[in-house]
Design a protein around this ligand. Structure first.
Ligand SMILES: C[S@@+](CC[C@H](N)C(=O)[O-])C[C@H]1O[C@@H](n2cnc3c(N)ncnc32)[C@H](O)[C@@H]1O
Length: 453
């Protein structure tokens, strides 16, 4: 099972335990109908203007839809940015993280962080105690974390202008530990995120799908705002910004990322493997986003069907930032960017990120990759498919691959039968966390709904 699938299931179990719904008969059918109606209404609201979004996403019916459908689904969007940090040995150490969640809503992003830590074997009640000398030394091993890597508690400053949404967050957070997740202490801050003055240092700052609210200003100003957040990080911390995979918010994210290259105190950890200007901005129509395969849990798939929503994959755009002076070794240190996910001992070449789907035409396949020299079209004739270049076949949008360095101005690369294509390929499997998942779900069965804020 992928980390995304495991996280969605853990979050759904948390939601169901705190707000049980009828499972059989006419009551269950009516519940599904009402929920699907509310989900469809929230979905429509998100396609409208800002004021309509706010009106459509608040109120008890909307909260129900957000809690029971959107929270487990969207909580999984923070998974891959966290897995990248983890694999690069760049997640902060435990036992306690201070988290700032901007536009927290009902808590999807913070709860997604907690569930990801659980499945990475890096956080929660279910992760066994390990003596300091038994564990890994911060290189990202998920199977035997040292005790200093394990996160037992998240203290979340939740900035959200909708106090109703924050009430739901606090209620869900109160049950997190029983679900085997790290304990979640939420400090609700019902204010406008643009006016909020952060009280760092934070181990993690997340801004999940706040719909361009952070990036609405001109890129230089938005970059200054994000650089200000980076300055609020503890030395090994990270800022993760998630946006919907829509053209305008994502291009705003690219522009802000380009403007951030002028800030010497900011390290651009991901998704880009370089600090050169974003090639997507050369034309007016391109944008770069993630597209991760995931399988909705049955209960969510039924709601999506009834609401007429098409779910195929998790799509979003993101930016992960760290301090340029992050410590270079140990947990919370490590690499300054996703290029470090590549095996340093592999063949020569330059890091690239795959930025398109594979296009198959008669007799050949191709995809595009982004590197320091710009965008490259990578093509392989079907008759040249070999075990050596199996990485070409495996590569999907968002993977990090090593490609040969091309002459200046050349933007086409032909993969030959003997070409090697090393890379870091996603999705990863969450199998090592299976035991933790079991314990988490068993723990939840005894949980009672209606926990106090
Ligand atoms: C789409 S929801 C995302 C919630 C959650 N972060 C997630 O990833 O699912 C956006 C949330 O941001 C909040 N929000 C938008 N603009 C805001 C602002 N200027 N200040 C505080 N909260 C804001 C909205 O009220 C809403 O709850």
């Amino acid at each position: 099972m992928s980390y995304e699938d495991a996280v969605m299931r853990t979050l759904l179990a948390l939601v169901e335990a705190t707000d049980p719904a009828p499972h059989e008969g006419a009551a269950a059918r009516e519940d599904l109908r009402q929920l699907a109606e509310a989900v469809a209404a929230v979905s429509q609201a998100y396609t409208r203007e800002r004021d309509a979004i706010d009106a459509g996403a608040t109120g008890e019916a909307a909260y129900r839809a957000r809690r029971r459908f959107y929270l487990p689904r969207d909580g999984a969007k923070v998974v891959k940015p966290l897995v990248e940090l983890h694999r690069a040995g760049a997640l902060p150490r435990g036992p306690r993280w201070r988290v700032l969640d901007l536009g927290a809503g009902l808590g999807s992003t913070s709860l997604g962080v907690a569930a990801t830590l659980l499945h990475l074997g890096r956080g929660g009640a279910a992760v066994p105690q390990v003596r300091p000398d038994e564990g890994s030394q911060g290189s990202g091993s998920a199977t035997s974390p040292s005790e200093r890597e394990v996160v037992r508690e998240l203290r979340v400053d939740a900035v959200e202008r909708d106090a109703g949404a924050l009430r739901h967050f606090s209620q869900l957070a109160a049950q997190a530990e029983r679900a085997g997740l790290p304990r979640l202490q939420v400090r609700p801050l019902a204010v406008d995120l643009r006016k909020h003055v952060p009280e760092g240092p934070y181990d993690l700052i997340v801004a999940g799908l706040v719909l361009n609210e952070l990036l609405a200003e001109p890129p230089a100003q938005a970059a200054a705002r994000l650089a200000g957040l980076v300055a609020q990080l503890a030395p090994g911390g990270a800022v993760i910004v998630l946006e919907p995979a829509l053209r305008e918010p994502t291009r705003a994210l690219h522009q802000t990322r380009d403007a951030l290259t002028a800030h010497p105190d900011v390290a651009l950890f991901g998704p880009c493997v370089h600090r050169a200007p974003c090639p997507m901005l050369a034309g007016p129509k391109d944008w770069c986003h993630e597209d991760v395969s995931a399988t909705l849990p049955d209960a969510l798939a039924a709601v999506a069907r009834e609401a007429g929503l098409r779910f195929e994959r998790l799509t979003y755009a993101y930016l992960t930032l760290r301090r340029a002076d992050a410590p270079a070794d140990g947990v919370g240190g490590g690499a300054s960017g996703v290029a470090a996910l590549l095996d340093p001992g592999a063949a020569e070449g330059a890091p690239h990120r795959v930025v398109s789907q594979t296009l198959a035409t008669k007799g050949k396949r191709e995809w595009f990759a982004c590197g320091a020299a710009g965008r490259v079209r990578v093509t392989r004739l079907d008759r040249h498919a070999t075990a050596a270049n199996a990485g070409f076949e495996r590569a999907q949008r968002g993977d990090v691959v090593r490609l040969p360095v091309l002459a200046p101005g050349v933007t086409d690369l032909r993969v030959r039968a003997e070409s090697e294509l090393p890379g870091w390929f996603y999705p990863e499997e969450a199998s090592e966390a299976g035991e933790a998942l079991e314990v988490g779900h068993r723990g939840l069965k005894g949980a009672r709904p209606g926990a106090a804020d």
